[in-house]
Write a protein that binds this ligand. Structure first.
Ligand code: MLT
Length: 413
């Protein structure tokens, strides 16, 4: 008899973003004339930068000729891209990361989920709360948790509350944990971690033999020069942290797909019989077995992100979205909404007005002014009473969204 993975039955109804899309579809079917503006999922809207398009066109031309055609590439990524990443994203910031510690992939969402393949099932796991739901759901699927309680928290996971009271910077776990997911700049709260904060986590991980899974997908949006872009800017992180990076949000690759994961050779785990085991060969083995690599054309596009023209054009894209974030912050504050984030991250995290729950506010925005955001409670129990707006949209839509929220607030005042 076919057995299913019962752990899937513990998951809440749907993954957050498809669930929002389902509700929005139902609304637009019932209200076909409504001009809905979506600031929910953090999906980019602006076209790929010209330097990237040019590189991808050239790569496609190479594929059109027998002499330069390429079939399967190295699963870990072509050297030209791994070298460019090591040089520009790490060595330029004084971080010791070698090209062969970089694994090019099709997304950080996939990598943060897939990484669990190489770890044992008995690790204790800590997540920030609110949190990018993939970290939690993939641990549920892998059978690392019990059922969820009424607030949506799963038994067996250590939740690290991030609230306005602690500046969305969680305290260290009270009981030792083995795997710690940290996301900075943070999705969804937009909070950032100072060097001191990250040093505290690295010291904790080294003391307890834990591993930090550091999601830095939004590092390009950091505007404050004192904030680290990589966990490897912190002494000692090479032996206790894996870092996830993505071209999705900075270079506009959400539809094009390219990301990478850094697995330093210094990270050592334990086998069931207590022997030391480096993590790097395990991830290499997993990657080569279950993944065929990102397409050559896309990797040439990603490489062009590091050219002089590419860097400048990406800088302009990032500034464009951050101006949207500023407009949202200012527009919402001006009508008395308490806002967080949006300074070093493309997400605005706002306190829902009055006593509205996150989903109440979602419904009010959608039905009242045809605007979509993401309910904070969808990111975890500590997100209840908060709401996330994404700065990824056209300027016209962001301006229109601000004016609709202002109208809604003045009509309900
Ligand atoms: C988000 O809106 O949180 C992100 O777009 C989700 C993702 O990057 O997978």
């Amino acid at each position: 008899m076919l057995q299913v993975n019962d752990n899937f039955l513990k998951l809440k109804a749907g993954y957050l973003f498809p669930e929002i899309a389902r509700r929005v579809n139902a609304f637009t079917q019932a209200n076909p004339d409504a001009k809905v503006i979506k600031l929910g999922i953090g999906d980019v809207t602006e076209p790929l930068p010209p330097a990237i398009i040019k590189a991808m066109h050239e790569a496609l031309d190479e594929m059109a000729s027998r002499d330069s055609f390429r079939g399967y590439g190295p699963e870990q990524g072509y050297d030209f891209l791994r070298n460019a990443i090591a040089e520009h994203d790490f060595r330029a910031r004084g971080c010791d990361v070698a090209p062969d510690e970089i694994f090019v992939s099709d997304g950080s969402k996939c990598d943060t989920g897939n990484i669990l393949d190489i770890f044992g099932d008995d690790n204790s796991v800590a997540v920030q709360d609110p949190v990018y739901p993939v970290y939690v759901d993939t641990n549920v699927m892998a059978g690392h948790t019990g059922d969820s309680d009424a607030s949506g928290r799963y038994q067996g996971l250590t939740n690290l509350p991030c609230t306005a009271e602690n500046d969305f910077t969680p305290a260290l776990p009270e009981k030792p944990v083995d795997l710690i997911y940290l996301c900075y700049p943070n999705n969804p709260t937009g909070a950032v971690a100072s060097k001191e904060t990250l040093q505290k986590w690295v010291s904790y991980a080294k003391e307890h033999g834990s591993l930090i899974l550091f999601d830095a997908a939004y590092e390009a949006f950091i505007t404050d020069e004192s904030i680290p872009h990589s966990i490897y800017e912190i002494d000692g992180a090479r032996s206790c942290a894996i870092e996830f990076r993505s071209f999705s949000k900075n270079a506009g690759f959400t539809g094009t797909r390219c990301a990478y994961t850094v697995v330093p050779k210094d990270v050592i785990g334990k086998t069931a019989d207590g022997k030391d085991q480096p993590i790097h060969p395990l991830w290499n083995r997993r990657h080569c077995t279950k993944f065929n690599g990102v397409s050559y054309i896309v990797q040439r596009g990603a490489e062009a992100a590091y050219s002089e023209a590419g860097k400048q054009q990406i800088g302009e894209l990032v500034s464009f979205y951050m101006k949207n974030a500023e407009l949202l912050r200012e527009g919402l504050s001006s009508v008395g909404i308490e806002v967080f984030g949006g300074v070093n991250a493309p997400y605005i995290w706002l306190k829902t007005p009055g006593d509205a729950t996150s989903w109440d506010f979602f419904d009010k925005l959608l039905s009242g002014v045809h605007l979509v955001g993401t309910p904070g409670s969808g990111f975890g129990a500590s997100g209840e009473g908060y709401f996330r707006l994404s700065a990824f949209n056209s300027r016209a839509n962001v301006e229109e969204a601000v004016s609709r929220i202002q109208k809604l607030m003045s009509s309900s005042a």
